[in-house]
Design a protein around this ligand. Structure first.
Ligand SMILES: Nc1ncnc2c1ncn2[C@@H]1O[C@H](COP(=O)(O)OP(=O)(O)OP(=O)(O)O)[C@@H](O)[C@H]1O
Length: 224
């Protein structure tokens, strides 16, 4: 079953023109896919459409069995919990602890205290940061901060993870560690779409790679 499907998707920003033009692809459940392309090619736009932060100008997007165009407004918060989003700048709250940052999506979702404690610690354990739960983000390295961002994205156990340049600020060793962490989620069945400029890592990891050029999907390696 395709977990993500784009059908003739166009996105036009009024002030900038076409960011995506006639994009079609499917990602099957459990696939790990890289998204590459020059700066401005449309990668972030594609991820924002999947996260329902933006809407397409034309075309249909289906994610996890839902048609995003016809999703009732009241279901949007539930939908957003099914898509974990990871950003280059990780967007952590600087004055809150690691624990509180990771707990945030569960607090918003109204999950009980005890369950929050259990799930946050499980997520921190997955990213190797269990011992840092009381720290604030400023006390952490860049790689650790990104791991907190990943823990926050996975704490609700979403079936889909999308990451926008997750290693853009990290050196090659830390970048590889982050990508290996993504592979561990892939091995337990999570579907991942990761936008990155890091072609060396992409080539060494041998996962399907989709390439955008000026808003057009110009290459798809398919399954390796
Ligand atoms: N919110 C917005 N408003 C107007 N134009 C936008 C907006 N977001 C992106 N664009 C434009 O859409 C095009 C695609 O941008 P997008 O950020 O999706 O590319 P990208 O491949 O993610 O680039 P980068 O690698 O630099 O992040 C660019 O021309 C950009 O200027």
């Amino acid at each position: 079953m395709p977990l993500i499907r784009f059908e003739h998707v166009f996105k036009r920003y009024p002030e900038r023109g076409e960011a995506l033009g006639n994009v079609n692809f499917e990602i099957q459940a459990g696939e790990m896919v890289f998204l590459t392309g020059h700066s401005g090619a449309g990668k972030s736009t594609m991820l924002r459409l999947i996260g329902l932060i933006e809407r397409p100008t034309r075309g249909q997007i289906l994610v996890n069995g839902r048609n995003l165009a016809t999703l009732p407004r009241r279901q949007i918060p539930y939908y957003r919990r099914e898509v974990g989003m990871i950003f280059q700048d990780h967007r952590l709250l600087p004055d809150r602890s690691v624990f509180d940052n990771v707990a945030l999506p569960l607090v918003v979702a109204g999950v009980g205290q005890k369950e929050i404690g259990r799930r946050v610690r499980a997520a921190l354990d997955q990213v190797g940061l269990l011992s840092r739960e009381r720290a604030t983000p400023v006390a952490l390295s860049g790689g650790e901060q990104q791991r907190v961002g990943i823990a926050r994205a996975v704490v609700g156990r979403p079936p889909v993870l999308v990451a926008d340049e997750p290693t853009g600020n990290l050196d090659p060793d830390l970048s590889r560690e982050i990508f290996e962490l993504f592979e561990r989620f892939h091995y337990v069945g999570v579907t991942l779409l990761i936008a990155t400029h890091d072609l060396n890592l992409v080539q060494s990891m041998r996962h399907r790679t989709i390439t955008l050029d000026a808003g057009r999907l110009v290459n798809d390696t398919g399954d390796w």
